[in-house]
Design a protein around this ligand. Sequence first.
Ligand SMILES: [Fe+2]
Length: 408
Amino acid sequence: MIYLLSLVIVILLFIVGALLRKVYDLRLDKPSPGSGGAEASLKTTWGKFDELLTSLLTIHEIGIVNAGTIKKEEFYRTVLENACELINSPRGSLMIYDSQADELTIAASKNISKEVIENTRIKPGLGIAGRAFQTGETIFVTDPQQNTQYKDFIGKEEQRDPFIAIPLKLKDKPFGVLNLHLSRDKESFTDYDLKFLTLLAGETAITLENIKLYESLENFYLEMVQTLARVIDAKDSYTGDHAGRARHKARRLAQELHIPEQTLRYVEYAALLHDIGKIGIDGGILSKPGKLTQEEYEEMKKHPAIGYQILSPIHFLGPVAQMVLYHHEWFNGMGYPEGLKGEEIPLGARIVATIDAWDAMRSDRPYRKALSHDIAEGELTKGSGRQFDPQVVQAFLALENSDWPVIK
Ligand SMILES: [Fe+2]
């Protein structure tokens, strides 16, 4: 419904934009005496409208295309940047309401000191931003130095320029405030500034709601697959929360290997879900205490492909299915299912392979006790360059031997 509504709004804006452009073109085709001023004004108006459309589309696209990947902080920053650009504002902030603490804090800022960002906590109803939030009305402050409420909101450095506080609302419920300062070369905000900012605030609210919906859907789905992963752990002969441990280590190891934040999340999911295909393998084979027969082993080798089939239709998991498919490939090409070699194997799969092997060696199995740390390290080193990526093994052991230090 929200998708549809925001799509209709953007389409309508396009139609109006196209009409404006048409009118503007006609005026240029047939210049009339003395119309220079009007043309210039129309040109400025069109230019502003074009900027607005670009801003709205940027925000809209974030909500529709990037809803599953963009972080809220990044989204807030984009909104603020677009709002500042739209009215040529040199400074501003986007505040978000924290219902638990019952206060507004700065979620994105432009040209505001670090100290102000960290110390600004506004209760609803207090200060200008607090009042805009509580009343749901836009507030102008033309002379901040004369306004006693203003000092609660911004420090001395920022007290000189007039500014505007626009509440961000969804279904009449405020969730934040957009504060924008006036550029020095302007005396006041124009009607267009106001209308454009109101539209921008509206699109922001819709997009944010969309991002939240997507996140809750994603969380719901992840909880479901985590439950599935635990079911597999229980069915398999590993002890404890194998998938959970693997997930935690994969994230940290991927960070150590300087994998970008986005891919890092996928590696984490791959570690959590790498054995999900075992759901399709006979329980007798999974929990067999002794060595598997050739036939049983061939059956067991199907689990990466089954995992791939389960995960590949799920859009938000992106490359996770591929990482799962290749988590039993060997660095020297002797693994399965396809015998990929070296960097042909996705890095996420190479990470999962290393972590998985370590966890298997360090766990009690039905047919043997857990290997000691030193023996497991020796085995992993022996497999480096053969079964495992040497770089991954090196980074893994460095982390394992320093107790997985947290990145600050
Ligand atoms: Fe596996």
